[in-house]
Design a protein. Structure first.
Length: 376
């Protein structure tokens, strides 16, 4: 009831007002509000009264981590880890902070975020703005979090990290600092930011081999994921999967923003206001889902898959789960639909699972693929 009330108010009153303002300013404003609400037990409790939803059929244990529900906040919304206290009360089952880089970075010049309302998408050209590994590890150390906290690692957006060895050193700096401090429940290596100086050097196979080789030299105590670009030919995807097997990567986040501005799979319903940046949201969804299904087909259940890209409803999340995702993440859906969306997705998932006769979400993961190969 409360969720329906909030849904109506967000869609018809708050969003039309918010969408009159600069998207980055709105984002910054909500970060300040969320950070303040997270400071007191009372406001956290009130927030969870409005938005929280729990159900045993959504609980899973994955790679030793306990998830109370499968809906996470994707990297990029909480770049400087300011929302870790409030997001569990909003109903999220996990969060990925960052991406965090070796050095602090101001990101690209503004404007660097645009809305595409008809396409229910965003164009993002932030360029990995964040306070840097040293500052953020200090901020997060000695805190206990109410859900699994993922640390998204990228290399600093600067000419100084373009050379391969310097780029690898920058990634490893973040990884080592957080591992040593015991901060973070899992790590994601972001090789797919479309907005950093020097492009996406680590989607090149030889360089990725070097990067993962260096990560593998450090004893792995936490699960390690790779965040994939959606714009990969099938052959390259297969080669990346082989490298992930070689270096015992636990899974993939499918996917990051697409660089493919006018691709046939990109469902843009309006002209792009800029050539810069990468596209998120509904326009990205078919590309991201195609990759998720391909990885599942190629690898069975060897890897844990986290779906990301255009998840706006329980139906979207459930489709990704049946396609092979154990967890889902979102940013754009939250911006277009409002904070009650997380509870709505979780509530809707319980209904969909019940309709299909599943006791727990884990039974639904990858059923499309299992049907294809005649396992169910
Ligand atoms: C404003 C914004 C900033 C982002 N920054 C990052 C980032 O720093 N690191 C990263 O891995 N992905 C970043 N992303 C990509 C998202 O994590 C996600 O992969 C993408 O937006 C697709 O999901 P969505 O359609 O639910 O937004 C960003 C996305 C947005 C919208």
């Amino acid at each position: 009831m409360l969720a329906k009330f909030f849904h109506f108010n967000y869609r018809y009153i708050l969003k039309p007002i918010l969408f009159c303002f600069d998207p980055e300013q709105v984002h910054d404003f909500f970060t300040v509000v969320g950070e303040s609400l997270g400071r007191s037990a009372l406001t956290r409790w009130l927030t969870s009264l409005f938005f929280g939803y729990q159900h045993p059929s959504l609980e899973q244990s994955i790679l030793g981590l306990k998830f109370t529900n499968p809906v996470g906040l994707a990297a990029g919304f909480d770049k400087d880890a300011r929302l870790t206290a409030i997001l569990p009360a909003v109903g999220f089952g996990f969060e990925e902070v960052g991406s965090i880089t070796g050095e602090a970075c101001q990101g690209n010049p503004r404007p660097r975020l645009w809305r595409l309302p008809k396409s229910q998408s965003l164009i993002v050209h932030y360029g990995l703005k964040n306070a840097g590994a040293e500052v953020l590890v200090q901020k997060l150390r000695d805190h206990r979090f109410a859900y699994p906290l993922g640390i998204s690692i990228a290399k600093t957006n600067s000419p100084a990290t373009v050379e391969v060895t310097a780029g690898i050193a920058d990634y490893l700096k973040v990884y080592k600092i957080f591992l040593t401090a015991g901060v973070g429940d899992y790590f994601t290596i972001n090789i797919s930011c479309p907005n950093a100086y020097g492009g996406l050097p680590f989607t090149d196979l030889a360089r990725l081999d070097l990067l993962l080789g260096e990560f593998a030299k450090i004893p792995k105590t936490k699960p390690l994921f790779i965040k994939m670009p959606p714009d990969l030919e099938e052959e390259k995807l297969a080669a990346i999967i082989l490298l992930a097997e070689k270096y015992k990567i636990d899974g993939f986040v499918c996917t990051n923003l697409t660089k493919d501005g006018n691709g046939a799979n990109l469902q843009l319903k309006e002209p792009r206001p800029t050539d810069k940046g990468g596209v998120s949201g509904k326009a990205l969804a078919p590309l991201a889902e195609k990759q998720l299904r391909l990885i599942r087909q190629k690898t069975g259940n060897k890897f844990i898959l986290i779906a990301c890209g255009g998840i706006f409803s329980a139906e979207d999340a459930y489709r990704k789960i049946k396609a092979g995702a154990s967890l889902v993440q979102l940013v754009t859906g939250l911006i277009f639909e409002g904070p009650q969306l997380i509870g709505e997705i979780n509530r809707g998932l319980v209904k969909l699972l019940t309709q299909d006769g599943y006791q727990n979400i884990s039974e639904a993961i990858g059923v499309d693929y299992k049907k294809e190969i005649g396992q169910v």
